[in-house]
Ligand binder design. Structure first.
Ligand code: GTP
Ligand code: MG
Length: 370
């Protein structure tokens, strides 16, 4: 039997809490709006007020999100999501810049505005790869803690003139813990003091065995500075992606993971999301964490407004009710009422959790007095 607070029941009935308390008083029950009553009493009250009972289970109120409830035949291949990780200054951002530059030459002239730390690159054969820049790994860690593993492949950037450093080791641990395949990009190979072989040997100490050391981790020597090895890196990513057989259903309401979010002075709360499945469209109503919202604009990695975004696409979403946290799931729902309902339900759950953790004032008073 479920219990409910008088206040919550009143809200669901669209009545005043005080009126319910009065009615309960008439039934010889002295309770306040914050106290819980059992299911039978609640049902009795509902009938007293001439309402009908609609039983809503938790599963109905909240949105269940599972990864594999789309029938296989509806799923189509999606681009891999690649997190570029590594120690500070080893060249993560340079690598991404270089990869995007090769992209720019075949199409849009001029510089690409760097809006978000997530970009999509189109390879020679027309396939796409989504890259995530991971400064400080903070977002990645946060996402993992929330159980959101958006990354399909990790590209570990190691500067050949510097070697295995603390954040390199951290990145290896992340990839292993998340069970994500890794490709080692030995960077700055253009430098005279670069020693790629030493890197390969050192990686053994961290149980990363690259192919050249007869292991199965792919490695490639690159120079983000002058473009050496970038094609090969893309090929290795494509090969790895093929093995993973990444698929998602595009023709369904979107589900996306928040990568980062902030309050933008001009635009309000803005979230960078990766579409997990489905297609996000302008005007869609959604829930993200404890907030509901309506997609006012979708902005792609080149700063352009687009009408919709499909699986594995990184986009900025405008029209949120608040700033969500990294790793939270954005789920499109049928209508605004449903969005508000779910958001409210989650807010209540969150409050309940907080209240459960804090001792009630009664407990405190009585325990302290003796
Ligand atoms: P954080 O974001 O601070 O963790 O650094 P990062 O890993 O993004 O490194 P970034 O791309 O900012 O590069 C750091 C420095 O290394 C810059 O001065 C780059 O110009 C230089 N650099 C990056 N790649 C190469 C390369 O292949 N060769 C040489 N010679 N320099 C490089
Ligand atoms: Mg960087």
């Amino acid at each position: 039997p479920e219990a409910i607070t008088v206040g919550e029941l009143a809200k669901r009935m669209g009545e005043k809490g005080a009126d319910l308390v009065k009615e309960l008083f008439n039934l010889d029950m002295m309770v306040t709006v914050n106290q819980t009553i059992d299911q039978d009493t609640a049902e009795l009250l509902v009938e007293q007020f001439g309402h009908t009972i609609q039983k809503v289970s938790e599963a109905d109120v909240d949105i269940q999100t599972t990864e594999d409830d789309d029938p296989v035949e509806t799923m189509v291949p999606r681009p891999p999501i690649v997190a570029v990780m590594g120690h500070v200054d080893h060249g993560k951002t340079s690598l991404l810049d270089a990869l995007r530059k090769t992209n720019v030459t075949r199409g849009e002239a001029g510089g690409i505005t760097q809006h978000i730390g997530a970009y999509q690159v189109t390879t020679k054969d027309g396939s796409k790869v989504t890259f995530l820049d991971t400064p400080g790994h903070a977002a990645f860690t946060e996402m993992r803690q929330r159980g959101a593993n958006v990354t399909d492949i990790v590209v570990l950037v190691v500067a050949a003139d510097d070697g295995i450093m603390p954040q390199t080791i951290e990145a290896i641990k992340h990839a292993k813990a998340a069970n994500v395949p890794m490709i080692v990009a030995i960077n700055k190979i253009d430098k005279p003091e670069a020693n790629a072989q030493k890197i390969r040997e050192r990686l053994l100490e961290h149980e990363v065995m690259v192919e050249a050391m007869s292991g199965d981790v792919q490695d490639v020597e690159i120079s983000a500075k002058n473009g050496t090895g970038l094609e090969e890196l893309i090929e290795k990513i494509a090969l790895q992606a093929e093995l993973l057989e990444l698929k998602a259903r595009p023709d369904r309401p979107a589900e996306a993971t928040v990568v980062e979010a902030q309050l933008d002075k001009g635009r309000g709360p803005v979230a960078t999301v990766l579409i997990n499945r489905g297609t996000l469209k302008r005007g869609d109503t959604f829930v993200v964490g404890t907030e509901s919202g309506k997609v006012r604009a979708i902005v792609n990695d080149q700063g352009k407004q687009i009408k919709e975004a499909g699986p594995s696409m990184p986009v900025e979403v405008l029209g949120l009710g608040g700033v969500p946290s990294a790793g939270e799931l954005l789920t499109v729902v049928e209508n605004e009422q449903r969005a508000r309902e779910v958001a409210q339900y989650r807010q209540e759950k969150a409050t309940e959790k907080r209240t459960a953790l804090a001792p009630t004032s009664f407990d405190t008073m009585f325990n302290k007095s003796n």
